[in-house]
Structures are given as C-alpha cells and as structure tokens.
Design a protein around this ligand. Structure first.
Ligand code: MN
Length: 339
C-alpha cells in the first residue's frame, strides 16, 4: 500500500488579493508585509505568484510529481488582515468561495482552511459559520497578529468561541512582526522566514497559553507550522519559569504550559525538513500531534517528501504524520471512503 500524503500548509492566492496587494505596495505604506509583496510583485519571485494563483491542473501536476495526494490550501499570508474591517471581510468571502469551488472541482485532491478578517470579529464569526457549514471547509487560517493585536485580546474572543463551537482548528500562520516590534528584526533582514516569523508566531502561541485562553476555551485547537515555531524546544524552561512565577502570580489552573501544548496545539513540519528536529518534537509531543506539510510554493516539495520517507520509524507513526493526523484534525475523508 502506498503512503497517502496530505500536505497541510499549502498556500494559494486570488487575483483580487494580488491586485489589492499591488495597490497597497504602490501606496507607499511602510508595512513589512506590504513591502515583501511589493518586492514579489516587482518580479523578485515571479514563478511563486504564478504557482500561488494556480488552484487547478498545474498545481495538481506538481503534486503528482512528488506523490502528494491532498493539499490543505490556505490563502497566502498576510491574507486579508491588512485591510479595513469591511474590505477584509469582503475579500475573505470571495476568497473562500473561490477555494470552495476549487475543492468542488477536485474533491479528492484539495481541502481548505477558511480565511477570515479578525479585524471584523462579528463578520469573521459569520464567515466561519458559513465556511464550516455551507462551504464544508476544514478549519481556519489566521496570519498571526492583526494590526499588532493577538488572539488573546478580548476583541477576538468571539472568534475563539466560534472555533471551539464549530470544532474548527485555527492554523496560526506566520507573518512579519508588527511595526511596533519590527525594527530590531529589519536591520539584518531578520523579519522573515529566517527568524522573525518564528519569533512572531511563537510569541502569539505563548500569549494564548499564558493569558489563560486555553482554560477559557478548553476545546480550542491551534495548529502551528515550522515544528511549533520553537515552542517544543523551550517546554522544559517554560514550565520551570512558570513554576517560579506561579508562586507570585496564582493562575487558577493546575495545568502547566506544556500540558496546554499537548492538549490544544498541533504542529506541522512545514519548511523544517530536518530529521533530528522532527525526532525531538515526536519525543516531546508524541506522533499524534505532528502533521506533515510542504509550505508550497515557497519551499521544495521533493525534499519535504523524501526526508520523511527516509526516516526510520514505526509505519503507523509515519502514516499518522503523513496523513492520519490531518484526516482526524481537519476532518478530511480517509482514502478508503473516497476510493
Ligand atoms: Mn507558509
């Protein structure tokens, strides 16, 4: 039996989104993500734009070349979070419609995470209900901060409440650090995948843990890419320091930060084709919390497949990482049921 492979952090773009980013780039707005897109659309990575816009035959041909059965698609970062609340929600609805149409054309090859505009919390909740209901999408993607605010802010609690009620996992995908904290990262081009994205997104996850969000919403399911954005590596020290702090700051919960990580957080291998790092994460979190991802089209699919193929581990663990965990977490039909 060949190994089913479901890639879980796979980006796409819509023509409307790209046109809107182009306008923002021309506006001279000095936002790190806008500047990134200005460079991309200025021709820095032309094939990336082409690949992002293809949610049909060309993408499927690329998946076939590497033995990838399913891509779980999400609108590329920073999604619609850099627009006004109304424009953000309009773009989110249009993007989710396009995504649902692509999945309907290729139901055995694509699944998808809904885009929402957290800056319009009420609209975001309505869109989550539509996306998980009528559109049958598989969860939600949020590109870290929204206007420098994080999901522990009470303004966003309706979104977390809806995610819990709808059983919609939230994939917190990276974006550049907000202007407030970006300056020390900008100096040496650090506000990107090389370090800043992990600093930003790891901070976001730590804010959720330390704010008590997972005590308030115990059923919330959070997904982090890039092997957990550093968190697994830090668990020992986080728990230790939390213990010291808790003597001074009673927190009303017996759970340690690492307990929440093992209960509420799943991680993916996106952009981390590193056997030793994956082994470490498996030892800290268990094989049921690690999912496979490529980060197409930003990273090479071939290496993402071959490094995990080559890893020596129980076949049931490899099957879980490649596909089974994604089937359960994102409610993607198992292969048998669609044969
Ligand atoms: Mn990505």
């Amino acid at each position: 039996m060949t190994q089913r492979r479901i890639a879980t952090e796979e980006a796409f773009a819509t023509p409307e989104q790209i046109a809107a980013y182009r306008l923002l780039g021309e506006s001279g707005w000095h936002d790190p993500d806008v500047l990134f897109w200005k460079a991309v659309l200025g021709g820095a990575f032309q094939d990336i734009v082409t690949n992002l816009l293809d949610i049909g035959e060309g993408r499927i041909a690329a998946m076939d070349r590497h033995g990838i059965d399913v891509q779980l698609l999400s609108l590329t970062s920073p999604g619609v979070q850099i627009f006004s609340p109304e424009r953000g929600s309009d773009l989110a609805r249009a993007s989710n419609d396009l995504l649902a149409e692509a999945i309907a054309r290729h139901p055995t090859r694509f699944a998808g995470l809904a885009t929402i505009a957290p800056q319009d919390a009420a609209g975001a909740v309505r869109e989550m209900e539509r996306a998980m209901g009528a559109l049958s999408l598989n969860g939600v993607v949020i590109n870290s901060h929204t206007n420098g605010q994080y999901l522990d802010d009470p303004a966003f609690w309706p979104i977390l409440e809806a995610a819990e009620a709808l059983d919609a996992p939230i994939y917190i995908h990276p974006r550049s650090l907000p202007a407030l904290s970006a300056a020390p990262y900008d100096t040496h081009n650090l506000n990107g995948g090389i370090w800043g994205y992990a600093a930003e997104t790891g901070l976001h996850a730590m804010r959720l843990i330390m704010s008590g969000i997972f005590a308030r919403f115990p059923g919330l399911k959070i997904v982090l890419g890039h092997l957990g954005e550093g968190l697994p590596w830090w668990l020992y020290r986080i728990d230790y320091m939390y213990g010291l702090q808790s003597r001074r700051i009673p927190r009303g919960s017996n759970l340690l930060p690492s307990d929440y990580v093992r209960r509420n957080i799943w991680i993916t291998t996106s952009g981390m084709n590193d056997e030793a790092a994956v082994r470490f994460c498996l030892s800290k979190l268990g094989p049921e919390r690690v999912l496979w991802a490529v980060d197409y089209p930003y990273q090479e699919a071939g290496e993402a497949v071959s490094f995990l193929d080559a890893m020596d581990m129980p076949p049931e663990d490899k099957a879980a990482i490649f596909a089974g965990n994604a089937e359960r977490l994102f409610n993607i039909p198992p292969k048998e049921s669609i044969a």
